[in-house]
Design a protein around this ligand. Structure first.
Ligand SMILES: Cc1cc2nc3c(=O)[nH]c(=O)nc-3n(C[C@H](O)[C@H](O)[C@H](O)COP(=O)(O)OP(=O)(O)OC[C@H]3O[C@@H](n4cnc5c(N)ncnc54)[C@H](O)[C@@H]3O)c2cc1C
Length: 285
């Protein structure tokens, strides 16, 4: 398989990259880790005439952890997050999720922002930014930067709120309190593949009761999302097997699962129940 021909540009600055995207008028694609785009080009599912390769940018933000937030720039690879030295709850969540992404070559090349821009509903990072209330910075030559909450970024299967001439230049995730608890579970058919269904739970235990409960699932519908009614069922409650089972049941009832040849709606619904239950159980260990 060979891709259609294209012009390759390797800008040194974000401004230069944004200028190239504007000039190409929708016919350009950003090349980050290439782990999704290159196969799509090889199969001619994507045929951009211009590739804006951002790997040589010298002014792109990297990975910056402040006391109240984590900022992730456009060239931060999955593996960098997997090896994060941070022992904060947020650092632990991201390192754990990164460990579930693909295989070593995918993790060392693929980027956090590229994964979000690609918008596969079963991606670990899509689930993370929705569950962790992240903000995404999109930037274009004509309009400068704008901020989009993760809950508004995903618009459908491999569709986002980003315009063609925009680049995702940073993602900001608020820090989790030191007392935060979290649990993650995913079901996949083979190690290294995208998951079929994945769930992330975050909350705090105060006086033996759960507060700030967040439950998000991915791989179920065409975008990852939080499940408000399941969260509400646990808010203020003491963690217990019965409560967890009730919340997992609610979660499985309110989703509208996708179907594919390997997993029909009923199977995905069952997986939602089981993954949410496991994530809840893991959050209180
Ligand atoms: C075998 C295999 C297994 C995988 N398993 C998993 C998995 O288990 N979980 C998972 O989440 N992912 C998985 N992936 C996907 C992987 O995480 C990719 O790295 C990711 O989806 C895309 O990131 P990238 O940096 O490679 O982006 P690229 O492939 O370079 O680009 C992908 C898309 O995003 C756009 N883009 C890239 N960066 C930006 C930016 N900064 N601003 C705007 N647009 C941008 C590109 O133009 C393109 O449209 C797997 C991939 C492979 C090949």
């Amino acid at each position: 398989m060979t891709p259609a021909s294209f012009d390759h540009h390797a800008p040194r600055t974000i401004d230069e990259a944004l200028g190239l995207l504007a000039q190409a008028g929708g016919d350009a694609r950003i090349l980050a880790g290439g782990q999704s785009l290159v196969p799509a080009m090889a199969f001619r599912l994507a045929q951009p005439s211009v590739l804006v390769d951002i790997n040589r940018l010298t002014d792109a933000p990297g990975l910056v952890e402040e006391s109240d937030r984590l900022e992730i720039g456009p060239l931060v690879r999955h593996e960098t997050l997997r090896r994060m030295p941070s022992r904060t709850p947020l650092g632990e969540v991201l390192a754990h999720l990164a460990d579930h992404i693909g295989t070593w070559p995918v993790r060392t090349r693929g980027t956090f922002c590229g994964s979000l821009a690609h918008a596969d509903p079963a991606s670990e990072w899509g689930l993370a930014v929705v569950a962790l209330d992240a903000n995404l910075t999109l930037e274009s030559a004509s309009d400068g930067p704008r901020s989009v909450p993760a809950s508004e970024f995903f618009a459908g299967m491999q569709m986002t709120a980003a315009r063609e001439e925009e680049m995702l230049t940073a993602v900001t995730i608020p820090a989790l309190p030191a007392t935060a608890r979290w649990g993650f579970a995913e079901f996949g058919r083979r190690t290294g593949d995208f998951a079929t269904v994945l769930a992330l739970v975050v909350h705090e235990l105060k006086g033996g009761r759960m507060t700030g409960v967040r439950i998000a699932v991915g791989g179920v519908e065409d975008v990852p999302r939080r499940l408000g009614p399941a969260e509400e069922a646990l808010e203020g409650a003491a963690p217990s097997k019965v409560r967890f089972e009730q919340a997992a049941e609610i979660a499985s009832e309110i989703v509208e699962p996708l179907e594919d040849p390997l997993s029909d709606a009923l199977h995905r619904r069952e997986l939602v129940r089981e993954m949410v239950l496991r994530a809840l159980q893991r959050s209180t260990r």
